[in-house]
Design a protein around this ligand. Structure first.
Ligand SMILES: *[C@@H]1O[C@H](CO)[C@@H](O)[C@H](O)[C@H]1NC(C)=O
Ligand SMILES: *[C@@H]1O[C@H](CO)[C@@H](O)[C@H](O)[C@H]1NC(C)=O
Ligand SMILES: *[C@@H]1O[C@H](CO)[C@@H](O)[C@H](O)[C@H]1NC(C)=O
Ligand SMILES: *[C@@H]1O[C@H](CO)[C@@H](O)[C@H](O)[C@H]1NC(C)=O
Length: 872
């Protein structure tokens, strides 16, 4: 065949940001087209990029685009020199096998990865011979989901250069008729207004976006590297009958059901709000803001309940109350007083929420339970399975549970499973300035129940996707696809039975006819798309042979229809002698790259270099990728200063064994380790709100211990200095207590105290303690309005035999690269290392720095347990 098949690893992708930095004009993208066709809400988008290498030497050319998370990639090809290189969708195992072979040949690799809230990125590259051209073509498919009364198609344009022939064309075709079309998004600005044309004609609509090269350089979020932003095309369809649209073709059907002219059903909604310590700061403020807005929107015939919880539960009222003006006023007061405090007892809180709803059944109403949490259960019942089974039993299918996971410290899969087990969904709330709007936006989706207990019936249909739904909300849509037995359209009879307010209602296809004009094979793909999505959800709820069966079914469909799903990978084949790659679909539980990274692209080589230097502390040289292992590039993404305190769970099954870090513990604290010659810092985590031996010096009977907070990376709550048996200094953020024998004196203000051989000098944000030649400074830091301590040893007691975390020698280590993968070798041996970040708290104004994360036992001279004490 004359082709080599090779794969990328995770780090290869990390490389790519810094590679292929072109000199001006040596290559160009002479054409970049995005073509999206939407038929019956199913969008097929093709991105075609044509690139010419105008140099006298070969050049590595990169293709790098963003696609919606909800989409499946279904085709990728490269065309070069009369040859076509098609990506092939394979099972993970097959891809893994090829991957392993590639790695053993010393080749590099990469994966698709989430970016921002809604997108993931696909990238690949190929070496193009002198004066040759290459065409990249990527196809992806998605079923647009109706929320807030509209469908949205998001198109991301970031060709990496200004392009002479840039075109984005969207064609929407809806048999039912299009009620409106709007163009929004970051690129829909004044500067680009005349580049966008929108045509709307009853059943069809077109959006064309043809910006000139000048416009591509000068719009907001554009620069020398061209455009970097999205267009969002929002539309809705006409709905004249309650039954909705049903389309058939080639033995398949799809039914869109979204009646809107129904009366709303009064609801009973209970909010269960986490106010554990980790909600502190902006999160709790935004939650309060969102709840206040939500309370304003409750209708008088709605009933509601409000619970806040940490390890204890606080009720607004112990029962469901009507949304009267008086009750709402009381609830507002309750909301304003929600303060962050202790740990997280999710089990007790959700059970209590379910109890409140169960205690007050109201005929003709719709009950909804909403949990908002930002962390794992840390108190009460903490076992995930036990919580899930308790909750399932308490809810017993009577109402849906929606789980909102705030930030990335939540185990999203746990919430997802718990919601799916109870007819709900889990949603991620991104920690950002608009978190309150995200919360309110989610509430709005479920704010207006129109139907409950919906059963979709298709006589003459088979292989149906999900047909039972607990509630239907205004602005959303129920979609069912399936096969028609023997393609017998005559017998095929769809019907919907549901409860509207207090009565049973039936919808049938009064028109008696179905639209069978949809183009070939499309409905079958929609059916496959929906089936795979639902099987993947179902799989999450099962175990053992049942899970395997569902997994197999989803896998077979993915392979048959060529979808890159979480179960498959796309192997991109390249010309002989070049590294090829596999592409995987990332899971929602992975933390995406901050979108801001993409919003503000680094414009130049120098900027990128400075960027790397700013957090690695070393200067970097960026060479174009040549096939030799890169020292620098793998550092780029992981060193990115995101506010991330957990390990990125790259558990998409590939290559997992490389990331065998301990499972995420509820509380961990990151420590930076000094290294010999100030090489790239090492860091390690201590798990638990434990008491740490900071400095012990038996020679002078000096013992200093610190109590770590029960909040992740929350620093020390108190630091206690003992001298002998009856002299103690306790330092807390707000005060110092001095105990000599039975006498205790508290100091809360600036003070300079000499006591025995000690001098304690307390000024605003630091306390300095000297004892002979030992000098310790305890800094007070503040994060999200919470104060905590951090000790810095300025001078070690000169007499030897000190031990403790503050008395450690600088560590010497060596980095060992294996392919794109890094290991670190210390005196304790060799271990996997991960690029991460830590906040350097040893200085007055903490900064986030890049560091190489390794297990504590490889940093410390003795086992970690030797550095812990039982009593402060
Ligand atoms: C976009 O794709 C559709 C479907 O493949 C095709 O019919 C149409 O001609 C394409 N439009 C453009 C502008 O290339
Ligand atoms: C449902 O949404 C439609 C369209 O936005 C609106 O006209 C209608 O009044 C809503 N129904 C209820 C009960 O709020
Ligand atoms: C769907 O609901 C109907 C009627 O409520 C019930 O008979 C049927 O068993 C349900 N199907 C599934 C798959 O749960
Ligand atoms: C009934 O269906 C036919 C064929 O799809 C369509 O032309 C007609 O407009 C529909 N009538 C109504 C009242 O929806």
């Amino acid at each position: 065949m004359g082709r080599a098949s090779v794969l990328l690893t995770v780090f290869g992708l990390l490389l790519a940001l810094t590679v292929s930095l072109p000199n001006k004009d040596d290559w160009d993208i002479y054409s970049f087209h995005i073509n999206s066709t939407v038929t019956s809400r199913y969008a097929t988008t093709v991105i075609t990029s044509r690139v010419a290498n105008r140099m006298n030497e070969p050049k590595e050319i990169e293709f790098h685009v963003q696609i919606p998370k909800n989409a499946f990639i279904s085709r990728f090809r490269m065309m070069m020199d009369g040859q076509v290189y098609d990506g092939v969708v394979k099972t993970k195992e097959q891809a893994q096998e090829q991957y392993t072979r590639a790695v053993s040949r010393g080749e590099s690799a990469g994966i698709v990865r989430s970016v921002g809230r809604t997108m993931e990125e696909f990238k690949t590259s190929v070496t193009v011979a002198a004066h040759k051209k290459v065409t990249f073509e990527l196809t992806y498919e998605e079923l647009l989901k109706r929320t807030h009364g509209k469908y949205e198609l998001q198109i991301y344009a970031r060709p990496m250069k200004p392009v002479e022939d840039f075109k984005a064309d969207v064609h929407i075709h809806e048999k039912a008729g299009i009620s409106f079309v709007d163009v929004k998004g970051g690129l829909s600005t004044k500067a680009l207004a005349n580049a966008i044309t929108k045509t709307h004609a009853d059943k069809q609509a077109w959006v064309h976006f043809y910006p000139t090269v000048d416009q591509q350089k000068n719009c907001d979020s554009c620069g020398e590297e061209g455009m970097n932003g999205d267009l969002v095309i929002a539309y809705d369809v006409n709905r004249d009958n309650g039954f909705g649209d049903i389309k058939t073709s080639d033995g398949y059907f799809i039914h869109h059901f979204a009646p809107s002219s129904l009366p709303r059903i009064p609801k009973n909604v209970v909010f269960v709000i986490d106010r554990s310590g980790s909600m502190r700061g902006r999160k709790i403020t935004q939650t309060r803001t969102a709840l206040l807005r939500i309370l304003n929107d409750l209708a008088e015939d709605d009933f509601f309940g409000l619970i806040s919880f940490d390890r204890e539960i606080i009720h607004f009222k112990r029962e469901l109350v009507q949304a009267t003006a008086l009750n709402l006023e009381g609830a507002r007061g309750f909301v304003r007083n929600i303060e962050d405090r202790g740990s997280t007892d999710i089990n007790a809180a959700v059970l209590e929420g379910a109890h409140i709803l169960n205690e007050h059944p109201r005929e003709g109403s719709a009950s909804i339970l909403i949990l908002l949490t930002d962390g794992d259960p840390t108190s009460g019942v903490t076992n995930f399975d036990t919580i899930q089974s308790n909750v399932k039993q308490a809810i017993a299918g009577k109402f849906p549970l929606y789980c909102l996971g705030f930030g990335f410290d939540v185990k999203f899969e746990f919430l997802e499973k718990m919601s799916l087990q109870n007819n709900g969904v889990a949603r991620r709330i991104y920690e950002d300035s608009d978190a309150d709007l995200q919360l309110k936006g989610f509430y709005d989706e479920v704010a207006t129940p129109l139907l409950t207990d919906i059963t979709m019936i298709y006589v003459g249909g088979t292989n149906l996707t999900k047909t039972n739904f607990s509630q239907y909300y205004n602005g959303s849509e129920i979609v069912v696809a399936g096969e028609i037995i023997d393609n017998n359209v005559e017998i095929f009879t769809p019907q919907v039975v549901a409860i509207s307010s207090k009565q049973k209602v039936t919808f049938s296809n009064t028109n008696g006819s179905v639209d069978s004009s949809v183009s070939d094979g499309l409905l079958q793909r929609v059916w496959a798309y929906l089936t795979v999505k639902q099987l993947l959800e179902k799989e999450l709820l099962l175990s053992g042979p049942e899970k395997e069966k569902v997994n197999k079914e989803a896998l077979e469909l993915s392979l048959t229809y060529g979808f890159v799903t979480p179960l498959t990978s796309m192997v991109v084949t390249k010309p002989e002698g070049e590294s090829s790659e596999t592409h995987h679909k990332p899971k929602e539980r992975e933390e995406p790259l901050p979108q801001s990274y993409h919003r503000s692209p680094m414009r130049s080589y120098d900027q990128r270099r400075r960027f790397i230097k700013s957090f690695s502390g070393r200067s970097a040289s960026l060479r174009p990728r040549t096939g030799t292992p890169f020292e620098w590039k793998p550092f780029v993404y992981d060193g990115f200063p995101t506010r991330r305190y957990s390990y990125p769970p790259l558990d998409d099954g590939f290559p997992t064994r490389r990331y065998s870090y301990p499972p995420l513990a509820p509380v961990s604290h990151r420590f930076l380790m000094k290294t010999v010659n100030d090489t790239y810092p090492l860091c390690f985590d201590i798990v638990g709100a434990v008491i740490v031996k900071l400095l012990h010096h038996p020679g002078t009977e000096l013992y200093i211990n610190g109590v770590l907070d029960s909040i992740k990376n929350g620093g020390f709550k108190e630091i206690v200095i003992h001298v002998g048996a009856d002299f103690h200094i306790k330092v807390e953020p707000e005060r110092i207590s001095l105990q000599q024998g039975q006498n205790i004196t508290h100091y809360t203000r600036a003070e300079n105290v000499t006591a025995g051989r000690f001098t304690v000098n307390r000024i605003k944000k630091q306390t300095e303690v000297t004892d002979g030649d030992m000098r310790l400074v305890i800094l007070v830091h503040e994060k999200h309005g919470r104060k905590f301590l951090w000790p810095v040893l300025r001078k070690l007691p000169s007499a030897g035999d000190t031990e403790g975390l503050l008395a450690l020698n600088h560590v010497q280590y060596e980095e060992v690269h294996q392919d794109a993968h890094t290991k670190v070798k210390t005196a304790k041996g060799e271990t996997d290392a991960q690029r991460s970040t830590a906040v350097d708290l040893r200085i007055r104004r903490p900064v986030e720095v890049g560091c190489c994360l390794i297990p504590a036992d490889f940093v410390l001279p003795r086992p970690l347990t030797d550095f812990l004490v039982a009593h402060v």
